[in-house]
Design a binder for this molecule. Sequence first.
Ligand code: MG
Length: 159
Amino acid sequence: MNIRIGNGYDIHRLVADRPLILGGVEIAHEMGLLGHSDADVLTHAIMDAMLGALSLGDIGHYFPPTEPQWAGADSLVLLSQVQTLVQDKGWRVGNIDSVVVAERPKLKPHIAAMRDRLAGVLKLNPDQIGVKATTNEKLGPVGREEGIAAYAVVLLVGN
Ligand code: MG
């Protein structure tokens, strides 16, 4: 079987007066993530993993933060474009596993919605998308609630 693996990592700063969007789901919180796009750190990590699996570089190459057209972009739209790129090269996603590292808010109640949202965009079954959440045990910048980080691994299967 023709398979490729990729990994992705991202972190964004938490600030006041921004929505908190993770895996395409807006989560009620007094702070949100700062970024040129909607700063959806989970979706960004997944995109980087998909691109990395095919040695295609990273999302900064395809959607540069200097480009006004990506200002406030819905990261799910970017994810869909990455999916098209992967498919055009003759690959499909076998499965994704990911972890969001956030001290607060509690993400567990939102995980099913994130998986559904990502699966909808990628036209996958939600059981092909793992999303886990953990705190950083109050350690480091994530532990001090200065930011939220995400890690993702993706397996691509050749058509
Ligand atoms: Mg990012």
